[in-house]
Design a protein. Structure first.
Length: 158
């Protein structure tokens, strides 16, 4: 039998193709509702959640509180912070594992309001301000950095 280099390469490639694929470790993630300039609901337990590789210890720190959660078999973790009074003091929300660190800046505790509706809910105040001069003056003269918005895009219906 003639030794052919092509035959050896073919056997090697076929052998490698049969090995199980092992995905790389997924990074620590936090739910999309958290971010810089977030508002956490006052006077209510505050869940912070996300995903990480199964078994990962996740440390959450905010406003002097520290909690540890462990990612379950599905990679999901949740840490509960104790209820806090309203505070306009912007503080960091830190989430870390042994491999990753996520820090959100200027997070406050206050009132969280949910609003929903049709297309009129996407109409920005600045668009009104162009037509109604008193709104424009109020927005310009009395800006309120404690009013924060999070817009969640809505997928179109199929």
């Amino acid at each position: 039998m003639v030794d052919c280099p092509f035959r050896r390469v073919l056997i090697l490639v076929c052998g490698l193709a049969t090995l199980p694929c092992t995905p790389g470790k997924a990074a620590l993630t936090v739910a999309a509702v958290f971010g810089d300039n977030a508002v956490l609901q006052r006077e209510a337990e505050l869940p912070v959640w996300g995903s990480a590789p199964a078994g990962t210890e996740v440390h959450v720190e905010f406003a002097g509180q520290s909690r540890i959660a462990t990612a379950d078999a599905d990679g999901k973790w949740i840490a509960q912070l104790e209820a806090m009074p309203a505070s306009s003091e912007g503080r960091p929300l830190q989430i870390r594992s042994s491999q990753d660190r996520i820090t959100f800046k200027n997070v406050v505790v206050g009132e969280v309001w949910l609003a929903s509706g049709q297309s009129n809910m996407q109409f920005p105040m600045s668009a009104c301000a162009r037509r109604i001069k008193t709104i424009a003056a109020t927005l310009r003269e009395q800006p309120n950095p404690n009013i924060r918005f999070l817009r969640i895009s809505c997928p179109d219906s199929p």
